[in-house]
Design a protein around this ligand. Structure first.
Ligand code: VGL
Ligand code: ZN
Length: 201
């Protein structure tokens, strides 16, 4: 067992990001086996869950004449438009059935405000509105994080960058992540994480 100051943060291992899902990441379900193994090792174990209202503004379907994977400007900056995914209460929003959800002590839901997306486990995409995860981790005496899940270049990377900025010692376990890789986003995300002091293991 790892020590009490280390937390495992499992990002968005949900049906919609796995093969057959609305925003399927190639081989997304391959992260489950290594993540389930890590869930046995860590004392502090958190899952995040992408959790969008049906009319979420990150959905291309909400913007006339727009297609999924195009980008638009939002008040808080550039936003990729996605296929409808992880709608609150839907099958796609549920965790993959093989993920050992029972091992988690906390589940952080994010992206539930219609007008702002939330890739990071810590802040919404305005980079200011907190999810509450930082307070939870600090209150439990955590200063070191290990991140895994989906997708490497969006929710995992945004979470890792925020974690490093908040002063957590941060590692991303790449074998336990898979990426979307939109226009080189995987490469950019890796470089950004390294530059921020995130360890890629
Ligand atoms: C994610 C795009 C939209 C992710 C979530 O989990 O990486 N990507 N919503
Ligand atoms: Zn989403």
């Amino acid at each position: 067992m790892r020590s009490e100051n280390e937390a495992l943060i499992v990002i968005d291992v949900q049906n919609d990001f796995c093969p057959g899902g609305a925003l399927a990441v190639t081989d997304g379900d391959a992260v489950i086996r290594p993540i389930n193994a890590m869930l046995d090792e860590f004392a502090v174990r958190v899952l995040t869950q992408d959790w969008h209202p049906a009319e979420h503004h990150s959905f291309a379907s909400q913007h006339q004449g727009r297609a999924p994977f195009e980008s638009i400007e939002m008040p808080y900056g550039s936003q990729v438009l996605w296929p409808d995914h992880c709608a609150i209460g839907s099958h796609g929003a549920e965790f993959h059935p093989d993920l050992r959800v029972d091992r988690a002590q906390t589940i952080v839901r994010k992206g539930f405000r219609r007008d702002v997306d939330s890739y990071s486990a810590f802040f919404e995409n305005d980079h200011r509105t907190p999810t509450g995860l930082e307070g939870y981790l600090r209150a439990r005496g955590v200063d070191t994080l290990v991140l895994a899940g989906l997708a490497t270049d969006f929710c995992v990377a945004f979470s890792a960058l925020d974690a490093a900025r908040l002063g957590f010692r941060t590692t991303v376990v790449e074998d336990a992540c898979r990426g979307i890789d939109l226009a080189g986003s995987l490469r950019t995300a890796r470089a950004d994480m390294r530059r921020a002091g995130v360890t890629l293991a």
